[in-house]
Structures are given as structure tokens and as C-alpha cells.
Design a protein. Structure first.
Length: 95
């Protein structure tokens, strides 16, 4: 299953730490505040337990969105996605 992590974090340092954390867990950036990945179940559990630690301000929010595999062929991308998605063959879903 593809997992999207979408966030709006006000503090730059916290945003950077979250992005670094998600990269370390195997996610790739697909937009400025959106990462995608297919983590193993134990990695996903770790991410789910850890994400709340990045919420520092009342307006901060992180969404973890599961995308079933049968939905992926229907995803459409318009414009130019971040370059590193093309380097992760398992995540390329641009038609």
C-alpha cells in the first residue's frame, strides 16, 4: 500500500527534521509538504507512533493517508513532480 504523509508545520526546523525523518524511513518527497512511500508494516507502525512528536504549534497538522494499490493507476500528476520521485522506481506512477 502506498502511504502519503502530508503536513503543514509552521516551524522551519521542525519541518526539516520531519522531512529528514521521513527520508530516513524510505519515503520520497513528491511535493514540498508531501512524502510518499511503501513502508514495511513495522516501519509504518514506527512512523505512526512518531509523527505526533513533530506537532509543536496549535496550527500544525500531519495527515497519514493510505492509498490502496488498485487506486494508484488512477492517480494523475499534472506539472513537474520533484525530481527524486523519478529515482524511486517503486513509486513512479506518472502516466
Amino acid at each position: 500500500m502506498l502511504i502519503l504523509v502530508i503536513y503543514d508545520i509552521s516551524d522551519t526546523e521542525t519541518r526539516t527534521r520531519l522531512a529528514d525523518y521521513l527520508r530516513a524511513k524510505g519515503f520520497v518527497r513528491i511535493q514540498r509538504s508531501t512524502f510518499a512511500g511503501r513502508p514495511l508494516p513495522h516501519v509504518l507502525r514506527d512512523v505512526e507512533r512518531t509523527l505526533a512528536r513533530f506537532i509543536k504549534d496549535a496550527g500544525d497538522v500531519i495527515h497519514l493517508v493510505p492509498v490502496p494499490e488498485n487506486y494508484i493507476p488512477h492517480i494523475r500528476v499534472y506539472g513537474h513532480p520533484f525530481a527524486d520521485i523519478a529515482q524511486k522506481r517503486t513509486l513512479v506512477f506518472v502516466n
